[in-house]
Design a binder for this molecule. Sequence first.
Ligand code: C5P
Length: 255
Amino acid sequence: MMARRKLVYEGKAKILYEGPEPGTFVQYFKDDATAFNAEKKAVIEGKGVLNNRLSEYFMIGLQSIGIPTHFIKRLNMREQLIRQAEIVPLEVIVRNYAAGTMAKRMGMDEGTQLPRPVVEFSYKDDSLGDPLVPEEYIAAFGWASQQEMDDIVSLALRVNDWMSGVMYGVGIKLIDFKIEVGRVWDNDFPRLILADEISPDSCRLWDIETGQKLDKDVFRRDLGDLADAYTEVAKRLGVLPSNVTHAPTKPTLIN
Ligand code: C5P
């Protein structure tokens, strides 16, 4: 099935193929894990399957509260059909608690609750290590207009509210996450949509009771089995694909 598809772009964790119709792509989730700008690499069996399902779950949920996304439908275990969009070259990061680069930069303890959610932008460029950039740069270099930046902040905060609530409901604290947005053109008017993926690769998720990390930090910091952590998130949300469960299946009664 994959061999017939024309490759459009290969990233660190995903591949884009030409879609079946104009204006679509097929997004394939790899098992590859990278950290520290691909200095650390591994293949984590099952990660792609889990992220495909989890990203589907989040995108559908966000669509249900009126957030436009590039997600059209899941095609199979590792692939989803998405709408083509012109990617804004920014990593949009939302933080509820200090962690990662913010904790380091500000000398804060990881897990310190922030007075309010904070949205920040990094310029998407691996060769530069995705540097944090002020809005001035974004406007000056024409990556996004001021109006678009305001819209991106609103969208990011809506995603944060929904994601935080869903995670809280399954005993998980949403520490921070990254999204990417794209432009689609309706007639001559650009409109922003949520693109890329939302998965434990791009979020920090801590168990509320124990503080256990259930995200890519498990890989970055060698804290255990990454697939186990993602499986735990998928299980709690009820989105675990049936053929990665090891639970015995019962015969189903057909009426
Ligand atoms: O590394 P940092 O603390 O800035 O990351 C903030 C959040 O954004 C984390 O959840 C991390 O997984 C995510 N992120 C990402 N891709 C990047 C940088 C950060 O998904 N290139």
